[in-house]
Design a protein around this ligand. Structure first.
Ligand code: AHR
Length: 561
C-alpha cells in the first residue's frame, strides 16, 4: 500500500501571506503621505494587480518517496506496442508508399517513418486491424498479383492489398518489432487462418512454404502474438460470449505456429477477445471467457485477454483535437483516468479464475479518440495530437506500469495518421507528435523493474473537475539505474517535487521534460518543434532531489548516484 507522506505547502503559503501584509502596511503609510511617488506606484500596482489576477504560478510542493529495496514486477516492453490498421492513411501513405515513390523508401516502406519508429524501440505491431481484420483475407495480399478489394469499415475506399504479409513482415524487420497478427474470425474460417500461419511459419517444404519462398522469404517468419478475432461482440460479428468461446476453442486448437524456433521457447501467445468497457455486458464477457479458461483442457489455450478502451467522453467522438481550452483538457484527462478502474475491475475477475496471473490483460486498443479533422474523410479517423495527448499517454502508461503484474501488453491506437498517432505524414512530409516524444522518453521503462512510489499528489481543480495534480512511476533498468517519470497535470502551476530515496545516495537527476505554451499546442509540418523534449536536470542536497516541473509537463529522469 502506498504510504502517504505529509504534504507541506503550508509554510510557503504562510510566508507569502506575511510578505503581502508587510507590503500592504508600508504602501498604505505612503499613500496617506500623498507623495507623487505614490501616484506612479499606484499605476504600477494597477498593472501588477491585473497580472496577479491571472492564474497563480507558484510552485506547489509535492513529496515523493521511493524505496528501491522493494522491486515490483517487470514492466513488459510490450506495454509500448503499436497498432496499425488498414484505415485511412495509417498504412497506405503512412508506412507504404511503394517502391516507385519519390519519397525515400526501402522496398516501398518509408525510410523517415522507419527511422522514427526505430528510435522509440517499438516492441510489437498489431495488424491488420481492428474491425478490418475480420474482413481481411490474407491470400489477396500475397504474390505478384494482388486482388483489389474494398474497405467497407473505413470510408468504403479501395483496398489495393499492395501492403500484405510480405510487406508487413518486412516493415517489422526494418523497425525491429515483433508481429501481433489479428486473424479473421468474423468472416473468415479456421482453415483460412491456419493456412496463413502455415504459410508464415513452417520450415518444412509444404506447398504453402514453397509459395512463401517464391514470394521472397525461404525462412519461416516469427509470429510472436496471435489475436483471435477483434471486438467479436460488435464489429467482429456481434457474438455472444458462448458463441465466441466456441470459435476461440477452434481457432486456438487449429491455428498453429510451426516455426521450429517457437516450439519450446518464445512460443506464440494467443490473445482472446475481451471487454470493451466496464458495464455488466463487459464484466459478464470477461467472466465467461475466464471461467472457460479455468476449465480449459489440453486442446485449447489462451495467454492473453484483450481489452479496448478509448478516451472519448461523448459518442460519436466530438472533442476537437486542437483549438480547445482548459475545460476540454480537464474533461479528457478525467475521462482517461477511468482506465485505472477498468483495469482493476477486469483484473479482479481474472484473479478469480487465474490467481497465478498466467493470462495477461492486453489493452490492445487505447488512446484519445476525437472529432475527425475538418475537411477529412470521417472514416479515416484523422486527428491532431497535442500536449494534452502527451499528458494522456503518460497517465495511461503509468496506469499500465502500476498493474504490470497483469497488464503485460498494450497497443496505442494507432501508430500513424489515425487517432492518437505517433507520426503524421502528408506526402513527403512527416512530423512527430507530442505522444511520440512521450514514447521516446519512456524507452528506459521497457523491461525495467517497477519500483513503487509513494506520493501525496495534491489536487488540480478546474470547474467541477478535480484531478490528482501529479502522477509518477519509477523503475530500475537492467543496468540498475533508477528512472523516474513524473507528470504535472496542472496546466497553471509548476510543481516542486521533493524526492526522498531510500536505498540510494542520489547526487543528481538528468533527463528530459516535455511541455509547451498551451494545452492544445501541436507540432505541424510547418512548425514541427513546438512540443519537443528539452534537457532537464536537478542536483540533490542531503540525498534529496528537488525537481521543479513546469505546468502541464511530462518529465523523465535517471537518478545519478
Ligand atoms: O481503432 C479504430 C477501431 O476501433 C478499430 O478498428 C476497432 O477495433 C475499434 O472499435
Amino acid at each position: 500500500m502506498a504510504q502517504k507522506l505529509a504534504f507541506r505547502p503550508f509554510r510557503a503559503i504562510q510566508y507569502r501571506i506575511l510578505r503581502r501584509s508587510q507590503f500592504r502596511r508600508t504602501f498604505l503609510c505612503a499613500l496617506q503621505a500623498g507623495s507623487p511617488l505614490v501616484r506612479s506606484l499606484l499605476a504600477s500596482l494597477t498593472v501588477l494587480a491585473v497580472a496577479m489576477a491571472a492564474p497563480v504560478a507558484d510552485a506547489q510542493k509535492v513529496a515523493l518517496f521511493i524505496d528501491v529495496s522493494k522491486p515490483g514486477p517487470k514492466i513488459d516492453r510490450n506495454l509500448f506496442g503499436q497498432f496499425a490498421e488498414h484505415l485511412g492513411h495509417g498504412v497506405y501513405e503512412g508506412i507504404w508508399v511503394g517502391p516507385d515513390s519519390k519519397i525515400p523508401n526501402t522496398r516501398g516502406i518509408r525510410n523517415d517513418v522507419v527511422a522514427a519508429l526505430k528510435a522509440i524501440k517499438v516492441p510489437n505491431v498489431r495488424w491488420p486491424g481492428g474491425c478490418f481484420a475480420d474482413e481481411y483475407h490474407w491470400r489477396k495480399g500475397i504474390g505478384p498479383q494482388r486482388t483489389v478489394t474494398l474497405n467497407p469499415n473505413w470510408g468504403g475506399v479501395i483496398e489495393p492489398n499492395t501492403f500484405g504479409t510480405t510487406e508487413f513482415m518486412d516493415f517489422l524487420d526494418q523497425i525491429g518489432a515483433e508481429a501481433y497478427l489479428s486473424v479473421n474470425v468474423g468472416s473468415g474460417t479456421p482453415q483460412e487462418a491456419s493456412e496463413w500461419l502455415e504459410y508464415l511459419t513452417t520450415a518444412q517444404p509444404t506447398t504453402l512454404a514453397k509459395e512463401r519462398d517464391a514470394n521472397g522469404h525461404p525462412a519461416p517468419y516469427k509470429v510472436a502474438f496471435l489475436g483471435i478475432g477483434n471486438e467479436s461482440w460488435d464489429c467482429g460479428g456481434n457474438m455472444t460470449p458462448n458463441h465466441y468461446l466456441s470459435q476461440l476453442k477452434i481457432y486456438s486448437r487449429f491455428v498453429r505456429n510451426f516455426n521450429p524456433a517457437q516450439q519450446d521457447k518464445q512460443q506464440m501467445l494467443k490473445i482472446a477477445v475481451g471487454p470493451g468497457g466496464g458495464e455488466p455486458r463487459w464484466t459478464e464477457w470477461t467472466d465467461a471467457i475466464m471461467k472457460a479458461y479455468q476449465n480449459h483442457t489440453w486442446s485449447w489455450d489462451m495467454n492473453g485477454l484483450s481489452m479496448h478502451s478509448y478516451t472519448v467522453v461523448k459518442w460519436p467522438p466530438s472533442y476537437a483535437s486542437v483549438g480547445f481550452g482548459e475545460t476540454e483538457y480537464a474533461q479528457i484527462l478525467k475521462s482517461t483516468l477511468e482506465m485505472n478502474d477498468l483495469v482493476e475491475k477486469h483484473s479482479a475477475i481474472m484473479d478469480k479464475y487465474d490467481p497465478e496471473k498466467k493470462v495477461a490483460l492486453v489493452v490492445d486498443e487505447w488512446g484519445g479518440w476525437y472529432a475527425p479533422l475538418p475537411g477529412s474523410n470521417p472514416g479515416f479517423l484523422a486527428q491532431q495530437n497535442s500536449l494534452r495527448d502527451a499528458v494522456l499517454a503518460a497517465l495511461n502508461l503509468n496506469i499500465f506500469a502500476r498493474h504490470a503484474d497483469r497488464v503485460r501488453m498494450a497497443n496505442i491506437a494507432q501508430m500513424i495518421n489515425v487517432l492518437q498517432a505517433m507520426i503524421l505524414t502528408d506526402k513527403e512530409k512527416m512530423v512527430l507528435t507530442p505522444t511520440y516524444y512521450v514514447y521516446k522518453m519512456y524507452v528506459p521503462f521497457q523491461d525495467a523493474t517497477f519500483v513503487a512510489v509513494s506520493i501525496d499528489a495534491g489536487t488540480y481543480t478546474h470547474g467541477d473537475i478535480t484531478l490528482p495534480r501529479v502522477d509518477a512511476i519509477a523503475a530500475k533498468d537492467k543496468a540498475g539505474k533508477l528512472w523516474l517519470a513524473i507528470t504535472n497535470v496542472d496546466p497553471n502551476q509548476s510543481a516542486e517535487i521533493e524526492v526522498t530515496l531510500a536505498g540510494i545516495n542520489a547526487k543528481s537527476a538528468v533527463g528530459e521534460t516535455l511541455t509547451a505554451s498551451k494545452v492544445d499546442s501541436v507540432n505541424t509540418f510547418d512548425a514541427p518543434n513546438s512540443v519537443i523534449p528539452k534537457p532537464f536536470s536537478a542536483k540533490a542536497q542531503d540525498g534529496k532531489l528537488t525537481l521543479k516541473l513546469a505546468p502541464k509537463s511530462v518529465t523523465v529522469v535517471a537518478v545519478e548516484q
